[in-house]
Design a protein around this ligand. Structure first.
Ligand code: ADP
Ligand code: GLC
Length: 484
């Protein structure tokens, strides 16, 4: 029997250990789905405190010695909690063992040594790829996620004997990993890479370009986003680079972890339910209204948002729409963290509309589940959205998504079939779409229920996306040596 395809996933965050957004959910759920499809999958992660604490039975693989400004760097191999998948952890106390988040300190300032932190992640992934770091396991494919992992593709290209192929997934082109030109020397690469056809980007050093220029294949997290980023409007200055690789770019819509997000077995919700037994959803609604101090109004369209609070997410559109939505009889509950101005505005909206608008300015995973389960509608009014996961969680929970026609939102929600889709990025268009939802719920309850069930019936799991990644990986391996 031929050996299984060996795939190394490289990323900065993974649910439930470290999470700032959907990337962590993907990095947690895609690898086990690839394993179920027959791949031999491992991850490599930076040794952030929560990762060192959470990974099970870690053993020492390699003393790397001083590099990237860290005196002591070693490679460990352990197992992911839950899935048991093998995971390499880079232990570099000077670079990774600190409080705050993976990219920023607790006050939201970028770590000043992110270049070294994520340069090391890419470099060590490339050493695993070359067979140098752990000769016992040499991957066929290195799959790097977002700019944090992108340097793996360049370091692999720089080490010609490496047989492994690289795949680079753009989760969000707006975050590029830009560094001052002169920090270039810290990467230990030849200056021939620091040119516009390489990593140089308008006088700066771009980690995003390290993936876009040197990966064997590029993927985005939805086909529509793959088209959008080839245009100046969504290309963040890199649309020309994307167009230059048009034949190597592929969009694959994310799946969701259907065990973590399962209304029939969710510990975080007031009452479990499924598509054959929807009664529990009503109890989830009442629990949500009580918990969030919203009136127990059964007529109101209960609209929720779970989101990072940034310009991307269109929260300002929602805020502008709020007085109208309240006048239209709706209730709105938002959970998020981010921009201080948006947080303040949400708090004000809550004070202005007691019992009708509620805000929770914090990050709380169980509360997110309860919010999704208890609502009629989950709104995602994003200005751009590479894929978006909360609309998928909505579909799974019979919570109808109302989304802007953008990126993966347009690929995953069908207007009038599984949700409501609006075009213009303004408060009026959002309000109109929410009123279409409210009207269907109150005047066509059978059609509304059909819409809910259409979402709940969908296969949103990672099974199909994982099969597409497997096809992509296999196509990269020379025919005579394709493992199973
Ligand atoms: P992005 O990655 O751009 O933030 P996604 O929709 O892909 O957007 O993923 C966001 C993820 O983060 C989802 O799992 C969502 O539930 C979660 N999330 C965002 N904000 C919060 C919050 N305040 N509390 C709990 N979960 C949150
Ligand atoms: C990014 C995108 C989001 C996507 C997530 C996971 O954070 O903003 O749209 O769902 O990555 O791929």
């Amino acid at each position: 029997m031929a050996a299984a395809l060996k795939v190394l996933q490289v990323a900065a965050e993974v649910f439930p250990l470290v999470k700032t957004g959907g990337l962590a959910d993907v990095v947690a759920a895609l690898p086990p789905a690839l394993a179920a499809a027959g791949a031999d999958v491992r991850l490599v992660l930076p040794g952030l405190p929560a990762i060192l604490d959470g990974v099970l039975s870690a053993r020492h693989v390699l003393d790397v010695g001083p590099c990237f400004g860290a005196l002591r760097v070693s490679l460990l191999l352990g197992r992911m909690p839950g899935t048991g998948l093998p995971v390499y952890v880079i232990d570099a106390p000077h670079l990774y063992r600190r409080g705050g988040g993976p990219y920023q300190d607790s006050l939201g300032r970028e770590w000043p040594d992110n270049l070294q932190r994520y340069g090391l992640l890419g470099w060590l992934a490339a050493r695993i790829a070359s067979g140098d770091a752990d000769p016992a396991w040499v991957p066929d494919i290195v799959h790097a996620h977002d700019w944090h992992a992108a340097m793996a593709c360049t370091y692999m290209a720089d080490h010609v004997p490496t047989a492994a192929k690289s795949v680079y997934t753009i989760h969000n082109l707006a975050y590029q990993g830009l560094f001052p030109h002169d920090d270039w020397a810290l990467l230990g690469l030849s200056s021939r890479y620091m040119v516009p056809s390489g990593l140089e980007f308008h006088g700066q050093l771009s980690f995003m370009k390290a993936g876009l220029k040197f990966a064997h294949r590029i993927t985005t997290v939805s086909p529509n986003y793959a088209h959008e980023i080839a245009t100046p409007e969504f290309g963040c200055g890199l649309d020309g680079v994307i167009r230059g690789r048009v034949n190597d770019v592929l969009g694959i819509v994310n799946g969701i972890d259907t065990e973590v997000w399962n209304p029939a077995a969710d510990d975080a919700i007031a009452h479990r339910y499924d598509l054959n037994q929807l009664a529990g959803k009503r109890e989830c609604r009442h629990a949500l209204q009580d918990e969030w101090k919203l009136q127990r109004d059964d007529q109101a369209l209960l609209v929720v948002v779970v989101s990072r609070l940034t310009g991307q997410k269109g929260i300002d559109l929602l805020l502008e729409a709020v007085p109208g939505l309240v006048a239209d009889g709706m209730q709105v509950a938002v959970q998020g963290t981010g921009d201080a101005a948006l947080e303040t505005a949400l708090r004000r909206a809550e004070q202005a509309h007691p019992g009708r608008v509620a805000a929770h300015l914090g990050y709380d995973e169980p509360r997110a589940h309860a919010l999704v389960a208890g609502a009629d509608v989950i709104a995602v009014p994003s200005r751009f959205e590479p894929c978006g996961l909360t609309q998928l969680y909505g579909l799974r929970y019979g919570t109808v998504p109302v989304v802007r026609r953008s990126g993966g939102l347009a690929d995953t929600v069908v207007d009038d079939q599984t949700g409501f889709v609006f075009d213009a990025a303004n408060a009026g268009a959002l309000r109109h779409a929410l009123n279409r939802a409210a009207a269907m719920r109150s005047t066509q309850p059978a059609k509304w229920q059909k819409l809910m069930l259409a979402g709940m019936e969908q296969d949103l799991s990672w099974r199909l996306p994982a099969a597409r990644y497997m096809d992509l990986y296999r196509a990269l391996i020379p025919a005579q040596s394709v493992p199973t």
